[in-house]
Write a protein that binds this ligand. Structure first.
Ligand code: HBI
Ligand code: FE
Length: 295
């Protein structure tokens, strides 16, 4: 596949240096191969099957509302029609992970960066960095949910502020993203369900996070989460459970500056920690946990 055309200066922010200087591309939809579309179909069908009874109602309703289908890789332009009308969000194509400030600035402006390429068949079960399937199947659907759409924009604004405060604040805020947007669980009357993108786009973790005895499942607590290290190369040791998206919005309303100040004076918690003050849904057995490697 030839490299997609780079789109420079797509938006400049009031004459400042073009926000899009790094890696924004048009989705090269016509260049996707039959193998690319087949990888999408296989992943989509497998995950949709696994997520019945595991994903939250909000996620499944949102994914259906987005109008995605297994038969081909969705067109960003088509998804943007639905998204813009519902919550004012839009997708932009990117090469992959963006520098944090660029990423936050996009979120703060209701733009979600989606990687334009999809993994190879031999990577079907795991891929290191976010590809199109992780972003489109995992992150995009909930952007049509008004509450979650607001949370993601608030997160982006908070990220731009945290970037101005310093690296420690960024680490604290990234933990919040990790334990909510990427690996969050939500309580439903039927039991715990998944809303985190990193989980819903992963076959193994969709099952592990709810059914394995190994991980902790603990009630959401903002500062506790921002103090807790996490895993990037294994399943999470701890999953945090929200009662609702309203809870996420309320928790992130206040100015985080005093929270960052408090956290700067305290040690972080290892990923597998259980505290006396925790609302413990399940205390993990810790089976199979790696001894080191928390970030
Ligand atoms: N860039 N494209 C892209 N997608 C992400 O999810 C992403 C990123 N850059 C930074 C980043 N995520 C993390 O730092 C978040 O935890 C903030
Ligand atoms: Fe992600």
């Amino acid at each position: 596949m030839n490299q997609p055309r780079r789109v420079e200066n797509l938006h400049t922010d009031k004459g400042k240096v073009p926000v899009y200087a790094t890696g924004v591309v048009e989705q090269p939809w016509a260049d996707y191969s039959a193998v690319d579309h087949d990888v999408w179909r296989r992943l989509y069908e497998r995950q949709r099957q696994i997520l019945v009874g595991r994903a939250s109602d909000e996620f499944l309703i949102a994914q259906d509302a987005m109008g995605m289908t297994p038969d081909r890789i969705p067109k960003f332009d088509d998804l943007n029609q639905a998204l813009r009308a519902a919550t004012g969000w839009e997708l932009i194509g990117v090469e992959g992970l963006l520098p944090e400030l660029d990423f936050f600035d996009h979120l703060a402006n209701r733009r979600f960066p989606v990687t334009w390429w999809i993994r190879k068949p031999e990577q079907i079960d795991y891929i290191e960095e976010p590809d199109l399937f992780h972003d489109l199947f995992g992150h995009v659907p909930l952007l049509i949910n008004p509450l979650f759409a607001d949370y993601m924009q608030a997160y982006g604004r908070g990220g731009v502020k945290a970037h101005g405060i310093g690296p420690e604040a960024l680490v604290n805020l990234t933990r919040l993203y990790w334990y909510t947007v990427e690996f969050g669980l939500i309580k439903q009357k039927e039991g715990l369900r998944i809303y985190g993108s990193g989980i819903v786009s992963s076959k193994g973790e969709s099952i592990h996070c709810l059914e394995s005895a190994a991980p902790n499942r603990i009630g959401f607590d903002l500062e506790r989460i921002m103090r807790t290290r996490y895993r990037i190369d294994t399943y999470q040791k701890t999953y945090f459970v929200i009662d609702s998206f309203e809870q996420l919005i309320e928790a992130t309303e206040p100015d985080f500056t005093p929270i960052y100040a408090r956290l700067a004076a305290q040690d972080s918690y290892p990923a597998g920690t259980v505290l006396d003050a925790d609302q413990v849904y399940h205390r993990g057995s810790g089976e199979g946990w790696a001894g080191d490697g928390d970030v």
